[in-house]
Design a protein around this ligand. Sequence first.
Ligand code: IMP
Ligand code: MG
Length: 173
Amino acid sequence: MDEKINVLISKEEVENRIQEIADEISAKYAGKVVHLVGVLKGSVFFMCELAKRLSIPVTMDFMSVSSYGNGTKSSGIVKLIKDLDETIEGRDVILVEDIMDSGRTLSYLVNLMKERKPASFMIVTLLDKPERRVVEINPDMCCFKVPDRFVVGYGLDCAQKYRNLPYIGVIEE
Ligand code: IMP
Ligand code: MG
């Protein structure tokens, strides 16, 4: 069965907005090295596009957590699957996420990271679904706010499919 995907945010819109966010980050962190921490696997596409557009030195690391099963509903339980390779103590850390939904994943990760004493810490997300929040947490920078729809593309999946779409889309019902 083929699903039809409707474009919500085009490739061009996404890329222009990532450039804007990258310029803001480069200005804010001038003279520093930013350490991007990506949450696998969803944030990978956004993180690459963001990193390419930063004009300051960048280092990167990844961690992996699971909060979703294989479908579109969160299990509500966040589990650490892969920790960082390097220490973040004393570093200027930017946590890069694909989407903030209930906020459970980010709240879990923020607690974990802050214990490790980074010099500075902020959250940058590609998408935000503020209507769905159950934990009080907000991104420091966000590319787009989206309505309460299940979105795919630009790293976001539905049962591991559609991550490679170069735009943000919604599956037609
Ligand atoms: P939270 O813990 O509920 O904020 O969920 C965050 C994670 O759920 C994201 O990093 C995504 O992996 C996944 N997620 C939430 N909403 C969507 C969506 O609309 N499409 C695809 N994945 C989503
Ligand atoms: Mg994710």
